[in-house]
Write a protein that binds this ligand. Sequence first.
Ligand code: PLP
Length: 385
Amino acid sequence: MGFATIAVHTGSEPDESTGSVTVPIYQTSTYAQDALGKHKGYEYARTQNPTRSAVERNVAALEGGRFGFAFASGMAAIDATMRLVKAGEHVVVSDNTYGGTSRLFNSILANYNVEFDYVDTSDPLNVEAAIKPNTKMVFIETPTNPVMIVTDLNEVSEIAHRAGARVVCDNTFMSPYLQRPLEFGVDIVVHSTTKYLNGHSDGVGGIVVLNDEEDANWIGFVQNSAGAILSPFDSWLVLRGTKTLALRMEQHDKTGRAVAAFLEEHPKVRKVYYPGSVSHPQHALARRQQYGFGGMVAFDVGSLAAARTVLESVNLCTLAESLGGVETLISHPATMTHASVDEAKRERLGITDGLVRISVGIEDTDDIIADLDQALDKIEQDFED
Ligand SMILES: *Cc1c(COP(=O)(O)O)cnc(C)c1O
């Protein structure tokens, strides 16, 4: 079965008792049992919920994995995944991973004697050099936010596996339509479903997908024990979202390419960050491991003043954090999503004051480009540097 067919059908088989073609929202905390020790596989809703199971099966199938576990947020999904690592163990992490991820690692998990080292994983040799005898996990994000650095999934997986470490990939930016890390040897995929999987900017959630049965049993045990489960209603929203994932990603990808091409030619734009651009240093790698390039584009207009002009002059694009929704969002990483990253590191990563990030939505491509064009034109009037 193809991706779009799986997206519509897996987990969404018609309800046996009524024939309902959509999975009902099982808004219940508990389940009636027939007799002592005799039940229908459902006892208590932290442990099992049919709506949650449906979305877990659906997203696991989309990633090509056997097991899925849905959580209350992307961070809860990552936190549960990190419970595979124990005190005294070491984790190698992509150095510009999502800010919430490094906060969880440095400010919380480090207190429990888990050790983290951050390296530029775009060069697999850096991962190799960071491996220690107690390294049990390599945690990568590709492409990274917002400067779209790509990591070779296959090479990093081989290096990690030689050292007996698991590889986790945060696949939020690509969605399984555009990248399926398990196909390249990655062991565990995590998502913030808040972004492309839900896709409509109306729910927060996360999911973990993996193949290894023992690790899956542990993640399931953590899900039930710590209890950061995705609610029935939010599960239903994600399930509704993934039905159109293929269509939405096609449009995000098409417009992402067009917006990047437009920006590359614009005289007010100094630099464009998009793995689909031939100017991207890892364009060939992105082509090899991705099925497209997606809707995240970052560009540098040279100064805070110029960035402010763009951000305050757009009409269709909405100034907001987050990404992956049907509407185009525009943001300023240096003062918004990456404000907590120290200045030297921001500079090194290219997260300058002039950097603007767009999550292109599914509006008409021409309308998005026209909006950016008129906003960029305003730079000229206000600032000449
Ligand atoms: C948003 C995001 C997260 C965190 O997800 P929440 O749903 O906000 O908890 C993790 N990783 C990436 C890449 C994200 O964009």
